[in-house]
Ligand binder design. Structure first.
Ligand code: GDP
Ligand code: ADP
Length: 205
């Protein structure tokens, strides 16, 4: 039997819902099977963000050249900046049998749905719109204008929730992580069962 390919896991959700916080918590477990795909962006680094750790920070020109060369699995323009996922890294990691975790916004997720329909799509939802606003303001990393644009974007993003395989509420970080881990584990079991059945049928059993 062929080595099982890893699962491409897509986590989306509005800005400020806690995607980064949940992702860091998921990756703090030493025996995790996930690999985080570090995105490219033209956004300026925030205080404390490190190139090659949080993002690969790119100039506009470089980013557009990556698009032209077909180096991105998906990309999107979000509140004035480009964000995109490096294609080779994702393919190589999935081929090695490891799951790849993308933390991307909804337009990019829609492109992944076209190109990799076998991916697992999870939407991280806030307990309420007011909780989302509180988190975005509380983080204190954006100006009031940017916060207002992100809240506007969030309203449209929430409409896309029903396109996802699962919606996970981020009421508490540890609970959200437990739910995501359970979903991924169940998906591995499902794929294994489907594959076994397929090979049994091929063998005429
Ligand atoms: N399409 C796409 N979106 C991304 C990518 N990387 C990050 N994003 C999303 O872009 C949005 C803005 O990211 P960022 O400026 O870091 O703000 P934050 O997620 O609110 O901390 C978020 O919804 C991210 O999940 C990517 O590679 N592709
Ligand atoms: N479950 C939660 N309950 C309360 N605050 C949270 C929760 N998850 C994240 N936060 C806080 O909300 C803010 C935004 O979280 P962050 O991970 O930066 O969001 P995102 O990556 O989705 O933009 C941060 O200040 C974070 O500490």
């Amino acid at each position: 039997m062929q080595k099982e390919r890893g699962i491409l896991i897509v986590l989306s959700g509005p800005s400020g819902v806690g995607k980064g916080t949940v992702r860091k918590e998921l990756f703090s477990t030493p025996d995790t099977n996930y690999e985080y795909s570090i995105s490219m962006t033209t956004r300026q680094p925030r205080v404390g963000e490190v190139d090659g750790v949080d993002y690969f920070f790119q100039t506009h020109e470089n980013f557009e050249s990556l698009i032209q060369q077909g180096k991105l699995l998906e990309y999107a323009s979000y509140v004035g900046n480009y964000y995109g996922t490096p294609l080779d890294y994702v393919n190589e990691t999935l081929d090695s049998g490891r799951d790849v975790f993308l933390e991307i916004e909804v337009q990019g997720a829609a492109q992944v749905r076209e190109k990799a329909p076998n991916a697992l799509f999870i939407f991280l939802a806030p307990p309420s719109l007011s909780a989302l606003e509180e988190r975005l303001v509380g983080r204190g990393t954006e100006t009031d204008d940017v916060i207002a644009s992100r809240i506007q974007a969030a309203k449209q993003e929430l409409e896309m929730m029903n396109l996802y395989d699962y919606v996970v509420e981020n009421d508490e970080v540890t609970k959200a992580c437990d739910r995501i881990n359970a979903i991924v584990m169940a998906e591995h079991c499902r794929r294994e069962r489907v594959e076994k059945r397929y090979y049994r049928m091929l063998e005429g059993k």
